[in-house]
Design a protein around this ligand. Structure first.
Ligand SMILES: [Zn+2]
Length: 246
C-alpha cells in the first residue's frame, strides 16, 4: 500500500512523492522542478520520445487516445495520486498516449534519465510506481468496460465523481464538448444526460462549469465503475471512500 506522510519541507501534494522515505526524497529533491499546469496544455503527444516524468500536485490530466478521424477518448485520468507517463517507468522509448491538462494545477517533474537512476538505486520509488501502475491499469480496464456496457447518464455520473474526487473540487470547469470527447460519446447525448442530472438536482450546469450539488445522489446514478475505482483507491492508497465522511 502507498502510505503518504507529512513532510514539512516537502512538495506536499503528490501522493507518490509524499510516500517516499526521507532518504529517497532527499536524493531526488535537487532534481525536482515545479511547473504550472494550465488548462488545455498538452504535456506530450502519443509516440513522442519519453523525456520526463511528471508528478501532479494539483489539478487533473487526461490520458487520451486519438483515432485516425480525429475522434479522441480518455483512457485514464491522472491526478495527485499518480505520475505520467508510465512509459518512463517501463523504460519504453515512446509515450503511449497524449496527456492533456483537464483541470489546471501544478506538477513536479524529473528527467527520465534521473528517474532511471533512481529506479536502479534500490530505493522505494520502484515499489511505489508499481503500486500506482496497478491502480492505473484497473482504472483503464474499468473505463473500457464502462464505455462498452454502461449508459451515458451512468457514465457521466461516474466520470464527474471520479474527476471531482481526484481534483478535490466540487466545481468543475468543463464544457460538454470536452466531456463528450472524454467519454467518447456524442455531444448531444452528454447534453441530454447533463439536463437529466440537473433536473434531478444532482448537478448545476452553467456555461462551461459543472457543480456537483448532491454527491450521494450522483453516486446512486453512477454505474458500478465508480465503486470499483474507489475500492481500488482504498486498496492501493488506503484512501477512504470520498463520500464516506459526509
Ligand atoms: Zn461504468
Amino acid at each position: 500500500m502507498i502510505r503518504r506522510h507529512h513532510r514539512p519541507d516537502g512538495p506536499a501534494g503528490n501522493w507518490l512523492l509524499d510516500a517516499l522515505p526521507d532518504a529517497d526524497y532527499d536524493r531526488l529533491r535537487p532534481h525536482l522542478r515545479e511547473m504550472p499546469l494550465a488548462r488545455g496544455r498538452v504535456l506530450f503527444e502519443s509516440g513522442e520520445p519519453v523525456r520526463n516524468i511528471y508528478f501532479p500536485t494539483r489539478g487533473l490530466l487526461s490520458l487520451v487516445l486519438m483515432a485516425r478521424d480525429g475522434n479522441e477518448v480518455e483512457v485514464a485520468a491522472v491526478g495527485p495520486e499518480g505520475a505520467l507517463d508510465v512509459a518512463a517507468v517501463l523504460r519504453c522509448d515512446k509515450t503511449m498516449c497524449r496527456a492533456v491538462v483537464q483541470i489546471a494545477g501544478a506538477a513536479y517533474w524529473l528527467s527520465a534519465t534521473t528517474l532511471q537512476k533512481e529506479l536502479h538505486s534500490g530505493g522505494a520509488m520502484q515499489a511505489l510506481l508499481n503500486c500506482y501502475l496497478q491502480f492505473l491499469l484497473l482504472q483503464s480496464f474499468q473505463t473500457t468496460l464502462c464505455n462498452r456496457l454502461h449508459n451515458v447518464e451512468a457514465r457521466l455520473a461516474r466520470w464527474l465523481l471520479t474527476t471531482s474526487d481526484r481534483a478535490q473540487l466540487d466545481q468543475l470547469p468543463l464544457t460538454q464538448e470536452f466531456i463528450s470527447h472524454m467519454l467518447g460519446t456524442r455531444r448531444a447525448s452528454v447534453t441530454e444526460a447533463c439536463a437529466t442530472l440537473a433536473q434531478e438536482g444532482l448537478i448545476e450546469h452553467v456555461r462551461g462549469c459543472i457543480t456537483i450539488l448532491d454527491g450521494r445522489g450522483l453516486e446512486a446514478k453512477a454505474c458500478e465503475c465508480y465503486a470499483a475505482i474507489c475500492n481500488e483507491l482504498q486498496i492501493v492508497y488506503g484512501q477512504r471512500h470520498p463520500l464516506s465522511e459526509e
